[in-house]
Design a protein. Sequence first.
Length: 506
Amino acid sequence: MPRSTEIDNRNVYIVGSSGSGKGQSYVIPNLVNNHEETLIVTDPKGELFEQTAEIKRKQGYKVYQIDFINFNQDNYNLLDYVFNDQDAQSVSVTIAKNSTKDGKEDFFMERAQKMLAGLIVYCKTEIPNASMQDVLNVFNERVAPDEESFRQWVDEELGPHHPAYQLLKGLTTLGGNTRTSVTSSFASQVSIFTLKKISEMTRTSDFNFREFQEQKSILYVKLPMDENPFTALTSVFFDQLISQFYKLADENRGQLKIPTIFLLDEFANIGKIEKYARVLATCRGLGLSMNTIVQDNGQIESLYGKEMARSILSNHDTLLFLRSKDMETIKYFSQLAGETTAKIQTGSSSQSGGFMSGKSSASQSQSEQYVKRSLIPEGDLASIAKNDCYLFISGLHPMKLQKAWQSEVFGSYVQQHTSVASEPIVKQESAFMVPTSPEPKNESPFTSGGTRTHVIEEEIDQSDLFDLTDDGLEEEWAAMKEEETEERSIEDRLKEKEATDLRTLL
């Protein structure tokens, strides 16, 4: 969507069941066609990285990948983005609400969440480059043994002037079964961080979120395709990433230096992002746009509740229906399209007399009436053709369009770059250090962990890799000219596609 669009916000809500072409007709075309913004894209199958990473490199992007399935790409230490007790509270709330399936809060969960916040504050204050492993160690050493030693630690060793004191003090009065239930709830909330692969991944950070505003970048976030058992981690990741973009915009007079697009395929698998509805309502002014991609509306309702789901949907000015098997979702889009008036003609005829009598007469009559009907009936949505979709934009009439399959828009361009991008990546530590975000003014500072930067691609001298003779150079030049011609052809096809489908909308 062009930056100059007159649509109130650039947030897009996409509904597409499995096999509806979310990736091939929406995500990939947007990844290739947007070449000036920073891009954050979830990659449930890992195919988006394989198909588009090399293209983005050629467009001048720094390419990053983080893997929340195998945990074998870039590392991410969530405590690197905790600078004060408010940040610690935000992390602990997000972890707590994503550690239970129903997300319900009770007394024990609330106390365990406060304990987690207090231990995070303690570790950030006392331990350089603290990680969640340090939080678990402090819990086992200071909290778990018995209530008396915990009380002495808080009252005598920490004292009222320690940043963690107020968060932990209220927990020192807990005893007996109550204390046991709270510590059990705490252990449940942080259980994923006891897994070896997650413990190792979250010890350090290989990149800093600030880098995404220093140069146009693309981050591929690999998530489980089905149920995500690590939502306590992935939801914190996206919550902190969005918060950092807001802070960076504040440092730049309320505007991001590089506009940023989120393409969140299988959005529900991320987990619950507590402030997502508020982000949707305020992000345009910062230069952020969110593309929320789900299989049906029920995924949003089950995760956020009906009221919050309504708020989330209403803060997308553009909705795209690819296909759904969920009747409630189909009903929603049919009602969203509204009603129209249809003219119905009815006719009748009659005949009197008969052949034997020699006398007969006939009469005919017609009548018209106007009735209301759904502009897009539920049946039309349920049986939508594979190549069709419906587009809903605030202030405009609904439109029936053809999907923009990437193979039709770009030809074989994506396929030609897939084999190069799918080569395995060897992790390398950068030879330099990038500082973490500056601590906000007038806030209680904590010791922040260092962050190592890891960029997947490096600038290289191709003469070191290829022994090119003069004949080889001539062939290389011819290939480059052919590729330039192909890229210009792609741009022409894109412009033609936009003129056909969307020029009247923007």
